[in-house]
Design a protein around this ligand. Structure first.
Ligand code: ADP
Ligand code: MG
Length: 588
């Protein structure tokens, strides 16, 4: 399908949704109001759960915070609903900030479990806070009035709800297509990969958590003024599960998915409520069973939701992002021959195993230096010490004249050290150009709000220029819009190098870049590494292939059983009897 379709779909949708109230029955409009409100909440979950991998079972409680906030402001204090919106947004944001600060560092299943805990806790708070009407709730909530328009009737608030949803969808779509959005889409790639790109996992997580909470708060505001009455029960864990179901049924990695999913769940719920009473008297309980069955079917047969099924039948080629003529500003490279990296007595123990044992060496700018040694010698561990992934047990590491021992990984990355991984860490579902753009993260500044409202386009176009140039440089220029996961391993390694280079590094650290490459690919790689050095970037690499290293590097450091055996030029290493006995054996 043509990319133009991507622009036409929203326009057609807006026109259709604008006409609907003119022809639909009041009951249908009410249902659509629920769909719209559900979609606003689900949109937050698409971002958080679908893209970010953070599952929340407490989103309905945050909707409740927004609803109670505006009910309190308008009924108890008698102030206008717009101030209710302010409190709803501030309060849900603050609550999420607090909860997030405490829980978002949790890993694995502890995080979703914690959302159940605070979801239930908040739900129990509502009836127990004095002035909020206990279990009876708050009545006589006024309709929203803005600029002299009263959104009282069903059809009037319909337009407000769907306008808010449209703006929310637009901004989330902007966000996903930005610097911050790429970091969000990479959350599932793990903390080490993100930090190696100068991204702080926790901050990105907190950002989307708070944003999703604010969306829930806005939904709560609309909900309270639509119903004009609130009580605790709609903010229980069950509606939270429904919101999750909405995000998943539609397609957890699609902005449209939130609306489609909300539509499916609300309409289905309505149908079930019509049918179930014929089947059993305890219809209320059966409803949750029906939803549970639906959830299981979904997980079993359509994990990507409706949108991903549609995508399979109607694939849309994404347009190439706009690139500026000029790239991003580059850093002042230190001249060749200056002290660059100093490793002094670095030691790392894993329990009783000394993986790196008192290793020292230095490196100068402009050098290509190889670390060689048999499997398990401690090379990757040493790289992890240098790049800050692991703390040293003893010793010091200096980079560009600064002591970086104990410095956070992301900070080291931002100071000009880029790396690749022995086991390639790319985002398989993202395009090549997006993967390389990730590398430019520390060189760009656009923050959350700028990305949300598309005020980042100039910087984005410059970053895209850098990314496309780097792809050209490594010979992947023709494949910018392909998905990284479709590349053969050799090209994935090269793509990782392009991503590292996009950060404008002083030093690039490569863990076995030639592993799994065929002979001609290795030759091409060696040529590229020399070209990288000629750009003024120093190269530190781990390698197994002797032949590859011998013709390429200036110096070699040999390690065995965690200790340094020797260092010298390739010629010296080749002649060394110690090395021959310990490592090279009959090979050299
Ligand atoms: P190389 O990269 O030279 O093949 P590594 O640095 O990966 O070697 O591993 C060195 C030694 O440290 C190996 O014996 C390995 O099993 C051990 N090791 C590496 N990482 C860990 C870890 N996170 N926990 C425990 N042992 C580890
Ligand atoms: Mg290794």
């Amino acid at each position: 399908m043509n990319p133009v379709v991507l622009r036409v779909i929203p326009l057609v949708a807006i026109v259709v949704m604008a006409i609907v109230p003119l022809v639909a029955s009041p009951f249908s409009i009410t249902l659509l109001n629920y769909v719209g409100i559900g979609a606003i909440v689900a949109l937050g979950l698409v971002l958080m759960t679908g893209f970010g991998g953070l599952t929340s079972f407490g989103q309905a409680a945050l909707v409740g915070v927004g609803a109670y906030a505006t009910a309190f402001v308008t009924v108890n204090l008698g102030l206008p609903p717009i101030l209710g919106l302010v409190l709803a947004v501030v309060l849900t944001g603050a609550v999420a900030l607090l909860l997030g600060a405490i829980t978002l560092r949790l890993g694995g299943h502890f995080l979703p479990l914690s959302t159940i805990a605070w979801g239930i806790a908040i739900y129990f708070l509502f009836p127990n806070i004095p002035g909020l009407g206990a279990y009876d709730g708050i009545r006589s909530i006024p309709p929203i009035s803005l600029f002299g328009i009263v959104f009282g009737p069903n059809w009037a608030i319909y337009y407000l709800i769907w306008a808010v949803l449209a703006v929310a969808m637009w901004s989330v779509a902007n966000l996903l297509d930005s610097r911050v959005g790429r970091a969000i889409r990479s959350l599932r790639g793990g903390a080490t990969m993100l930090a190696s790109l100068g991204v702080e996992l926790f901050r990105v997580r907190l950002t989307i958590f708070v944003f999703a909470a604010v969306l829930a708060g806005v939904a709560g505001w609309l909900y309270a003024h639509m119903l004009r009455f609130i009580s605790p029960s709609p903010f229980d864990i069950r509606p939270s599960i429904e919101f999750l179901l909405m995000a998943m049924a539609g397609g957890a990695t699609s902005v449209y998915g939130a609306v489609v999913g909300a539509g499916i769940v609300v309409l289905l719920k309505n149908e079930i409520q019509d049918i179930l009473p014929y089947l059993s008297k305890s219809a209320g309980q059966l409803e949750i069973v029906a939803f549970a069955v639906l959830l299981i079917l979904l997980l079993q047969f359509a994990r990507g939701g409706v949108i991903s099924i549609l995508r399979r039948f109607f694939p849309i080629a994404r347009p190439l992002p706009k690139a500026a003529a000029e790239g991003l500003p580059t850093r002042a490279m230190p001249p060749a021959g200056q002290p660059l990296l100093s490793i002094d007595g670095a030691t790392k123990r894993f329990g009783g195993l000394v993986a790196v044992n008192n290793v020292s060496f230095t490196m100068q700018t402009g050098e290509i230096l190889a670390l060689i040694g048999p499997n398990g010698a401690g090379k990757s561990t040493l790289f992890n010490l240098v790049t800050g992934v692991l703390p040293v047990n003893a010793g010091r590491i200096g980079f560009m004249g600064k002591d970086i021992t104990g410095t956070a990984q992301a900070d080291i990355a931002r100071s000009g050290m880029a790396r690749t991984f022995q086991h390639v860490k790319l985002r398989a579902g993202m395009t090549l150009v997006d993967n390389v753009l990730l590398g430019a993260y520390p060189r760009t500044q656009a923050g959350f709000l700028r990305c949300l409202f598309r005020r980042d386009r100039e910087e984005e176009a410059r970053a895209t220029r850098v990314a496309l140039d780097m792809l050209d440089f490594v010979g992947l220029g023709g494949k910018a819009q392909e998905l990284a996961g479709n590349l053969p391993l050799g090209q994935q390694r090269v793509l990782e190098i392009a991503r590292a280079l996009a950060s404008d590094p002083i030093l690039i650290v490569l863990d076995e870049p030639a592993a799994g490459l065929r002979k001609p690919e290795k030759v091409a790689l060696a040529k590229q590494l020399r070209a990288i050095r000629d750009r003024g970037v120093s190269v530190l690499l781990v390698e197994h292939d002797m032949e590859f290293v011998m013709g390429l590097v200036d110096r070699i450091v040999v390690v065995d059983f965690g200790s340094k055996l020797m260092e010298g030029t390739p010629e010296e290493v080749r002649r060394s009897t110690v090395v021959q006995e310990a490592y090279l054996g009959g090979v050299a």
